[in-house]
Design a protein around this ligand. Structure first.
Ligand code: GLU
Ligand code: MG
Length: 461
């Protein structure tokens, strides 16, 4: 494999160590997990015995998975339009984890390569790594964590049976599900994820769990692992989990809010201790301003499903407007300082508009790309917004530069098509194949009733 990008990986020793540790934990099979451009997690599985070999040679998957749609239809782009071609899924042995709720199984995120050992240009995880590297050249690390909201219930036709109907955050809801909850917390902790909080959430059948922040690729990997663990624990309790943006038409949906902060080895959290707004350093302000400026185009990545736009509404704490503000739950970007005494380490920004239809690698990679563009241009933030942007008269919103985020996937696609920042960062193949899938899903949704759309997406994520 001389000369290929695989040659530098030096993964054999890590694969041997992972195989030994997993065997000791009783693992017999490994699910290799990749997320496609539609946000669907696809798996190919191997016996543990093959992990070492597969870490070098990968397992095959057709290139067309870069143009797969949420309903398993396949679209095309000029360069991805036929049955020929094979990519290799190469697991990351250092990110393999024994699944606590699926005894005998381990979970491994993958990178996608071609058969010559070069990174497949539409590989989301490699895209994220490239963005992390760009930030590292400025000696900055993005630390982040996804909040995970989901619907818990039973998948029974014609409609799912919700686990609860509220009250949100209540002891009434917790009590009958406390067995499920403690099993979930145990499983996540056994997998090495630092659980921060768990609660019954606001919407019908909804719960939420959050985990500790970490490096960008690790946080995206972990987001998949958290979701798989929730599915696994739910299955053991005879329940089903859905991460779809909206599970019932008209109800508050499932968000996948991303909390992020920027770290410098010497200066610490760059959101703190500067002369910018609310104490941000100049670099952090420019990064956040870059994300804010790119938000309409980013919508196609962070709210990529047709049903994402049924969730992304005012008054749902879903971040439907392009503004930022301290602890403002209606702003797309909520600035969070946390409790006095912890602020040097806890201050972060929460991007609320994201939902779990978003491929977490593309989501975090695109956020970094937007932030880097902001730093490159030395952008400054507009004044913070503390009120509900939906409550402001339209002229005042316009005067303050507050925009309603796209109201449909079609509109989001149009905004992304214009984004030089995202095209340059993703590269043509990833950018074009991603947009092709979004256009195709939007086309397929035309003239479909809300109810029908929600049903079609309910159990896909
Ligand atoms: N479920 C809301 C959403 O769709 C978020 C509620 C919250 O702020 O936790 O994003
Ligand atoms: Mg929540």
């Amino acid at each position: 494999m001389g000369g290929s990008e695989m040659a530098d990986r030096g993964t054999s020793e890590a694969a041997r160590a992972a195989t030994e540790a997993l065997a000791e934990a009783g693992v017999r099979a490994v699910a290799l997990a990749m997320v496609d451009n539609a946000g669907v997690t696809r798996v190919k599985c191997i016996p543990l015995r093959r992990l070492e070999e597969v870490t070098r040679l990968g397992v095959g998957l057709s290139y067309v998975f870069s143009v797969f749609l949420v309903d398993d239809q396949i679209t095309s782009t000029p360069s991805l339009d036929g049955p020929s071609g094979d990519m290799r899924l190469i697991p990351d042995p250092e990110a393999c984890v024994a699944l606590d709720a699926q005894p005998g199984w381990a979970w491994a995120p993958v990178d996608q390569y071609d058969q010559d050992g070069n990174v497949w240009p539409a590989c989301g995880r490699s895209f994220l790594r490239r963005m992390v590297d760009r930030l590292a050249r400025l000696e900055i690390e993005l630390r982040c964590a996804f909040e995970v909201e989901w619907f818990l219930g039973r998948r029974e036709e014609p409609d799912p049976v919700p686990s609860h109907r509220g009250p949100g955050y209540s002891a009434v809801v917790l009590t009958p599900y406390s067995g499920f909850a403690v099993d979930l917390i145990d499983a996540l902790e056994a997998e090495g994820l630092g659980v921060q909080q768990f609660h019954p959430e606001y919407s019908i059948g909804q719960f939420e769990v959050s985990v500790a922040h970490r490096d960008a690729v690790g946080a995206a990997d972990e987001n998949l692992l958290v979701r798989q663990t929730i599915r696994g624990v739910a299955a053991r309790h005879g329940l089903d989990a859905s991460f779809a943006p909206v599970v019932f038409p008209g109800a508050v949906g499932n968000g996948a809010h991303l909390h992020f902060s920027l770290w410098d080895a010497d200066r610490g959290d760059l959101l703190v201790g500067g002369a910018g707004p609310l104490g941000m350093t100049e670099q952090a302000e420019a990064f956040v301003a870059g994300v804010l400026a790119e938000l309409p185009a980013l919508s196609a990545v962070i709210c990529p499903s047709e049903v994402s736009y049924l969730r992304l509404q005012p008054h749902r704490w879903a971040g439907a407007f392009t503004c930022w503000g301290p602890e403002n739950r209606e702003a797309a970007l909520r600035f969070i300082t946390g409790m006095v005494g912890s602020r040097d380490a806890a201050t972060n920004v929460e991007l609320k508009s994201i939902d779990a239809a978003g491929n977490p690698y593309l989501v975090v990679g695109s956020v970094i790309a937007a932030g880097l563009a902001g730093m490159d241009q030395g952008l400054r933030l507009p004044p913070p917004i503390t009120e509900d942007p939906a409550g402001l008269p339209e002229e005042e919103r316009a005067a303050k530069g507050i925009e309603r985020l796209p109201a449909s996937l079609g509109e989001a696609v149009e905004r992304m098509e214009e984004s030089a920042v995202l095209r340059e960062a993703m590269g043509d193949l990833l950018f074009d194949s991603f947009l092709a899938t979004r256009r195709a899903e939007h086309e397929a949704s035309r003239d479909r009733k809300e109810e029908d759309l929600v049903r079609a997406h309910r159990w896909r994520y």
